[in-house]
Design a protein around this ligand. Structure first.
Ligand SMILES: [Zn+2]
Length: 240
């Protein structure tokens, strides 16, 4: 089976016969993480174990397409309402977000051990969710130049047509739009995410972007654009 087109910043890893994606920027700094594919069970208790995560300590964001980034400092799993981004200092806590076209972004600070998981669609990006995350980490003592950021599989500019309200909402990132049909644009959401991280002070070499398109590669990914109601891809990270 030919692998998905993840590009040089990611690789496909096999965990007990299941493919997951690993980001090189997080692997080299030793952070436990995974981006799942379509080949991932709904009941994932055992797989979480296989991936090195404690199923009892998984924390999820409610995900409301907003800009809120929340510090998680409990010791057990759960759900954080109103949040699209989570970060923690706690070893062993597993942060995860779900997506099917939007950007799943995992961030880690090798200097302090902090980790973060963010779900970012155009609404979250227009609310500056990635800038807010970097700001929150830096207020806690991280430095932008230490952060490692992995932008997982999302809908590519090939398949993401948007209209004027979206272009207006993201007018701060004109380089991410290409003209399409009359009144429409092709949006490169990853480029917005990358640019937002860089403008917050993250170094270009510390941002790894997966080039796979969730809409183009149905054998690997779920896509809301392509399928409507569908499953979700998970991005998980923990401080070890
Ligand atoms: Zn595509």
């Amino acid at each position: 089976m030919r692998g998905p087109g993840v590009g040089p910043a990611f690789r496909v890893d096999w965990v007990r016969g299941l493919p997951v994606l690993r980001a090189r920027v997080l692997e080299v700094s030793g952070f436990r993480h995974a981006f799942t594919t379509r080949h991932y069970p709904v009941r994932d208790h055992e797989v979480l174990h296989d991936l090195g995560f404690d199923p009892q300590r998984v924390v999820e964001a409610e995900q409301v397409h907003g800009g809120a980034v929340v510090l998680v400092d409990g010791t057990t799993g759960g759900r954080v309402s109103g949040a699209d981004g989570l970060w923690t200092d706690r070893p062993g806590l597993v942060l995860r977000v779900r997506s099917a076209d939007c950007l799943p972004v995992l961030v880690a600070d090798p200097h302090t051990g902090r980790v973060a998981a963010v779900h970012a669609g155009w609404r979250g990006l227009s609310a500056g969710i990635l800038s807010r995350l970097v700001q929150a980490l830096c207020e806690a003592g991280s430095r932008p130049e230490d952060l490692r950021c992995a932008v997982g599989p999302s809908v590519g500019p090939c398949c993401y047509e948007v209209d004027e309200p979206v272009r207006r909402a993201l007018r701060g990132w004109p380089g991410a739009f290409r003209p399409g049909r009359p009144g429409r644009w092709q949006l490169d959401l990853r480029e917005v995410g990358r640019a937002q991280l860089l403008s917050a002070g993250v170094l270009p070499g510390h941002v790894g972007v997966c080039t796979a398109c969730t809409a183009c590669e149905p054998e690997w990914f779920y896509s809301y654009r392509r399928e409507g109601r569908t499953g979700r891809l998970w991005a998980l990270v923990s401080r070890t």
